[in-house]
Design a protein around this ligand. Structure first.
Ligand SMILES: Cc1cc2nc3c(=O)[nH]c(=O)nc-3n(C[C@H](O)[C@H](O)[C@H](O)COP(=O)(O)OP(=O)(O)OC[C@H]3O[C@@H](n4cnc5c(N)ncnc54)[C@H](O)[C@@H]3O)c2cc1C
Length: 371
């Protein structure tokens, strides 16, 4: 049985690995000329790490990552709002992993035979019968996986009435700061702005900033240094060591809920199906879970016990409620940071009064996934 995967990001490569492990003949069509990743850091939470275990890559990820649970949430002045019991979190859910995106992409590439990867191929149209029209011609397969991200061409082809991605109200900046000791993964909340940092295995520090405002395309390192100048240590010091020109800036978009992730022989996966805000740090994790479940549901089609169409319906039934629940929670968390919806003083008072265990319990359905 043959599978064509549209898009060679984290989701597409994970789907290719999962299907390849079950014996599918797989090809990944990626529009970029090379399979490279410029991104900064990535947080892989315990559920996502279990998905990587299912792909046979969990141990290698743990070797390249810092595997501590997040330490907590602070105010811009440094006051703790939530302080996690890191050991207890790990005992309860397993390891977290923070690593450079390029390291994860490298592991995913190396898990696939080189001939399965076809860079420089832009997909233009996908049909329900498994036909894919692309810049190099036309291909057909028993199953097509649309893993082509937020602005998915697969979704445009087969979900023409799907609502367009909507702006979430903030811009996200990601960067790597020079090596320095930090207390662990921390996120700090100001009046509409947030700043997070987490150590990487080589001592450098992955940093991100979220700035509430219109999607105006402006803002860079100079602006970030000015905005966060009065924040607690080490935020200003971290920003001082970021290289100018090495800041990734993204206006944040999410995809309104789709009615289905599957039609005919085609399934959507990852951001193409459920691009979510980055507040929970679950987007890539959900793409990894999708990949594991997709390959498992398709196994019955490969062995002839069901049809591809039925197997993809089962994938949709399993994955859509969970991913849409997580997207909703991520959106709600983002709303707490928006001062026009919730005054920061009221938010901070509520967060400080609630015991940390309340937040832990609220994440239970997200983190406890076992496949
Ligand atoms: C600021 C920020 C921080 C985040 N932090 C985290 C985090 O800490 N943890 C986490 O789990 N998630 C995080 N996420 C979410 C995560 O980055 C995404 O959910 C994940 O990368 C989605 O992977 P994907 O493969 O579905 O899509 P993409 O990464 O978008 O990959 C799609 C691929 O398809 C290719 N493509 C697109 N169109 C075509 C076409 N027509 N033909 C061929 N190829 C095509 C693209 O070139 C690309 O390689 C974050 C997101 C943002 C914006």
């Amino acid at each position: 049985m043959r599978a064509l995967i549209v898009g060679g990001g984290i989701g597409g490569l994970a789907a290719a690995i999962a299907l390849h492990r079950y014996g599918w003949r797989v090809q990944v069509l990626e529009r970029a000329a090379e399979f490279t990743e410029v991104g900064a850091g990535l947080s892989i939470q315990p559920n996502a790490l279990r998905a990587l275990d299912a792909l046979g890559l969990g141990d290698e990820v743990r070797e390249r990552a810092v595997t501590d649970a997040p330490v907590g949430t602070r105010r811009a002045d440094g006051t703790w709002l939530i302080r996690n019991d890191v050991d207890r979190l790990t005992r309860r859910y397993g390891f977290w992993a923070t690593l450079h995106r390029a390291d994860l992409l490298d592991l995913l590439h190396r898990a696939l035979p080189p001939q399965t990867l076809r860079p420089g191929v832009r997909v233009r149209e996908v049909r329900p019968d498994g036909t894919v029209v692309h810049s190099g011609g036309t291909g057909t397969a028993d199953v097509v996986v649309g893993a082509d991200g937020l602005h998915s061409a697969t979704r445009r082809s087969l979900w023409p009435d799907a609502p367009a991605p909507r702006y979430a109200g903030y811009t996200t900046f990601r960067m790597i700061a020079a090596a320095r000791p930090v207390e662990g993964a921390v996120e700090s909340w100001g009046r509409g702005d947030r700043f997070g940092y987490a150590p990487l295995a080589d001592g450098r520090v992955y940093c991100y900033a979220m700035v509430t405002g219109p999607p105006d395309g402006t803002g860079g390192l100079t602006d970030l240094r000015r905005r966060f100048a009065g924040w607690h240590n080490p935020v200003p010091a971290l920003l001082e060591t970021v290289e100018p020109g090495a800041v990734l800036r993204h206006d944040t978009y999410e995809l309104p809920d789709l009615d289905t992730y599957a039609t005919g022989r085609v399934a959507l996966l990852g951001d193409a199906a459920h691009a979510m805000t980055p507040n929970l740090g679950q987007g890539a994790g959900q793409a990894l879970e999708d990949a594991v479940v997709l390959a498992r549901t398709l196994e019955a089609a490969r062995t002839g016990d069901t049809t591809v169409v039925e197997a993809l319906r089962a994938y949709d039934r399993i994955r859509r409620p969970r991913t849409q629940m997580i997207a909703r929670r991520s959106r709600q968390l983002g709303a707490m940071a928006d001062p026009t919806r919730l005054p920061p003083a009221a938010r901070d008072a509520a967060l400080r009064m609630a015991p940390a265990s309340v937040f832990v319990r609220s994440m239970d359905p997200v983190l406890s996934w076992t496949g």
